[in-house]
Design a protein. Sequence first.
Length: 105
Amino acid sequence: MLLILGTSEILLNFYETDEKQCPRCNQTGVTFRVVQTYFHVFGLPICPLQKYTGISCDQCNYTNDNVANEMSILLERESRVPLYFYSGVIIFSVIVIAVALILIL
Ligand SMILES: [Zn+2]
């Protein structure tokens, strides 16, 4: 069922590294993933909301969706939000400008 409006998530970027240890099993080899949440109407992205970094370990199946360290800050900075996440704002702006031009002319 398609929700009329709400929030959703999309994977922006992921990074597998052998340089970091799993916080649970201390094995090296974890995967960081950067996730963007966004507000949508009829599935059309209106505006991006929150970006967060999660970590997962393949050895012990550990996952954490709330990683806050220097690695997560760097990854979130490198993972840019695609322009289409602003589709609703862009469409609304074009409509407002078009109406304003029609009223002026
Ligand atoms: Zn682990």
